[in-house]
Design a binder for this molecule. Structure first.
Ligand code: F6R
Length: 369
């Protein structure tokens, strides 16, 4: 049942092009609009919303952090993302014009479920993004968007993370379309880009072989840092989480701009630092700022592992290891930049002789608080 792979995780990583296509299937119309038929909120409900909260745990929380960038940019609605385990203890301000998006692969995570119940008690509209049909969180929500990635057996979330990111992007575009914030041709341009993503995911997975070799060479490292900016920041957090849970290594993700406020003190000669580089075509010269950050850590002895778009030559002089991903629009980039980080963590754990399907102390679904 592992389809010829020694571990479910390797199989599930390889299934991502199809898993992503399954999440998107039927939801991108040939005319270039977003179709979300099966969820049970009306267009009027979506028009009445004035604020979005995303609640989730772990990897699903990272998907939510990515979604915030897209939702605020596309809809101009304020969007907050919160770990479900903190949400209801904070007395969040919720009412019937709040949309709460609860993201959960299993649909059984107790903290996320309790956040959903709390939100509904406060009359918020709750939309679940979930991978498991008929599970508890969708049942307790007003509406559900299934990620349809198929069963995920490996404890570490991989393909379902891609599905969660894609589902969040669909929700963001749908909100923008329904509320008339984006023009039809702007939505259509994103529909077109999303259509192409499964193929880009396939291409990226076809080029990750050198990542395996690199990961094996780092099996003895004590710690790894991950840096990102914009949507690359949650990708960095996700890369660090994968490494913690699979390789039992100290790993941390930071927004690169935060380095000088403390974390740069951690840099010592030989420390591997993985950098998720924004597109050179992106906004606010984030790319140029990131190139400076790579120089800064390298000048202090870090071994830089740079994930950058094909054609980005500016990073070349400062990359000890360069991992290429296909060019995409900034908000969709996590669908490809995450892939080498999954492979990196998986391979490093395997090189340390660990079982990547069953990491110690972890369960696939966390039904206790
Ligand atoms: C990490 C991982 C966990 C889950 C988290 C939420 O690889 O799998 O962090 O993402 O426990 O689980 P769900 O999505 O089932 O609510």
């Amino acid at each position: 049942e592992k389809g010829g792979f020694p571990y479910f995780m390797l199989k599930e990583i390889s299934e991502q092009p199809d898993a992503l296509a399954d999440t998107l299937r039927g939801r991108l119309s040939p005319e270039g609009s977003i179709v979300l038929d099966e969820e049970r909120l009306s267009d009027q409900d979506f028009r009445d919303i004035d604020k979005v909260f995303i609640v989730a745990c772990g990897t699903a929380y990272h998907a939510g952090l990515i979604a915030k960038y897209a939702i605020e940019h596309w809809t101009r609605l304020p969007c907050e993302v919160e770990m479900a385990s903190e949400f209801r203890y904070r007395d969040p301000v919720l009412d019937r014009s709040t949309l709460v998006v609860a993201i959960s692969q299993s649909g059984e995570t107790l903290d996320t479920l309790m956040a959903v119940k709390h939100a509904r008690e406060q009359k918020a509209r709750v939309l679940a993004i979930c991978n498991t049909n008929g599970s508890t969180i969708p049942r307790e929500s007003d509406a559900v968007l299934y990620t349809r990635c198929g069963p995920e057996v490996g404890v570490a979330a991989t393909k379902t993370f891609l599905g969660q990111v894609a589902a969040c992007l669909l929700v963001g575009l749908f909100l923008a379309q329904t509320r008339g914030v984006l023009y039809g041709d702007e939505v259509a341009a994103y529909v077109d880009r999303l259509q192409r993503m499964p193929e880009l995911v396939r291409r990226t997975l076809g080029t990750v072989e050198p990542v395996r070799e690199l990961a094996r060479s780092l099996a003895g490292a004590k710690a790894v840092l991950f840096l990102g900016r914009h949507v690359g920041y949650p990708v960095a957090l996700e890369g660090a989480l994968k490494l913690k849970e699979l390789a039992y290594m100290h790993a941390e993700g930071f927004p690169a701009g935060e380095l000088k406020h403390g974390p740069i003190a951690l840099i010592e000669p030989g420390l591997p630092v993985v950098v998720v580089v924004p597109s050179p075509r992106g906004r606010a010269n984030l790319h140029g700022k990131m190139v400076s950050n790579i120089q800064e850590v390298r000048a202090r002895g870090a071994r830089t592992i740079v994930i950058a778009e094909e054609g980005d030559t500016a990073v070349e002089p400062y990359a000890d290891h360069l991992i290429r991903v296909p060019a995409t629009s900034s908000l969709l980039a996590p669908l490809v930049t995450t892939l080498p980080l999954q492979v990196f963590a998986c391979e490093l754990a395997l090189a340390r002789g660990l079982d990547v399907d069953q990491p110690r102390n972890l369960a696939k679904s966390v039904t206790v608080e």
